[in-house]
Ligand binder design. Structure first.
Ligand SMILES: *Cc1c(COP(=O)(O)O)cnc(C)c1O
Length: 324
């Protein structure tokens, strides 16, 4: 069996990210709510994609890539962070984004502009169309002698998931040093790679810990997440069976992906007003709303220590405009 350490990796993030107890919120909820600050990964505005990109861009470099292409929605955190990391490594980023949501020069698009990144908008709802366009651009550039590396949406491929398997190794070490055992981890599930890495990582490093993914999109994550876990386990040459029914999800997308929900907006304000911490309207606000719902319903007996994985998304906060 391998560990993420056995794979090529570039140092991009500032690690370990902090873990601590949210004192005010814990007092109000009558549970210990911990947070892991993966919004502080240290590239651009931070966020979860940096951990995935350490493995993905190591692979790109190993293949001799000069150009990195990726995709996402107009306000994609993943695309912005891929661009920032690629620039740092001296590679040229090209972003092919869906022209959906806020396409004006705000939020992450403003950051892309500041970085001078080439952004191509595609008026489509289908990633099939996007990948076809990415292929076309890549072929064109390869004909000019520039080796290209393509990263699918969210970097949610097994190599990217290794970043979150390793995040749980890091967390296990931190919580052991704190003398705290975490009973449940809550994270946003957007393209599924973070959830898959976390779930696989807990099987490896924190076997007593449960994971709930808060779905912020309508994709069939009950199939996507276990499939990604199996592929990542295979990459690690790990042969423990992974069952679909072990993957826990809660639907928090509201009216749909990237459409702010009233619960999410309330969660953003609540954390801002109790802890001086900011969530985002697309991912972490909705995910934290799921945690608050679970707290209201009552966590299962014995679950005293709950950890929220803050996956970032600050750019999205500045694209959304005034909350309701
Ligand atoms: C991408 C993203 C997520 C979701 O991660 P996936 O691995 O795509 O499921 C969560 N939070 C933020 C801020 C993100 O940008």
């Amino acid at each position: 069996m391998k560990t993420p350490n056995d794979f090529p990796r570039l140092r991009l993030a500032i690690l370990p990210t902090p873990v601590y107890r949210l004192e005010n919120l814990s007092a109000r909820l009558g549970r210990n709510i911990y947070i892991k600050r993966d919004d502080l990964t240290g590239v651009a505005l931070g966020g979860n994609k940096v951990r995935k990109l350490e493995f993905l861009l190591a692979d790109a470099r190993r293949q001799g890539a000069r150009v990195v292409l990726t995709t996402g929605g107009a306000q994609s955190n993943h695309a912005m962070l891929t661009a920032a990391c690629a620039l740092r490594l001296g590679m040229e980023p090209i972003l092919v984004l869906k022209a959906r949501g806020e396409t004006r020069c705000r939020g992450n698009l403003l950051l892309n502009r500041l970085m001078g990144v080439q952004v191509r908008f595609l008026d489509t709802d289908s990633y099939q169309d996007v990948y076809r366009e990415m292929d076309r651009i890549a072929r064109q550039r390869e004909a000019q002698g520039d080796k290209c590396y393509q990263i699918p949406v969210g970097g949610s491929v097994p190599l990217g998931c290794l970043g979150y398997v390793d995040c749980i190794r890091e967390l296990a070490e931190q919580t052991r040093a704190m003398g705290v055992s975490i009973h449940r981890i809550v994270c946003a599930t957007g393209s599924g790679g973070t959830h898959a890495g976390v779930a696989l990582g807990t099987m490896l490093y924190m076997p007593e810990t449960r994971v709930t993914g808060m779905a912020v999109d309508t994709d069939p994550f009950e199939k996507i997440v276990p499939a990604l876990m199996r592929q990542t386990a295979e990459l690690l040459e790990w042969d423990r069976p992974i069952r679909d029914e072990d993957v826990q999800l809660r639907a928090m997308y509201g009216a749909g992906y990237a459409i702010p929900s009233p619960q999410g907006e309330r969660a953003i304000k609540r954390l801002a007003r109790t802890e001086g911490l900011f969530l985002d309207p697309v991912y972490t606000g909705k995910a934290f709303a799921g945690l608050l719902e679970m707290a209201e319903e009552g966590f299962p007996p014995g679950e005293e220590n709950i950890l929220f994985l803050h996956t970032g998304g600050a750019g999205g906060l500045f694209a959304a405009g005034e909350p309701a």
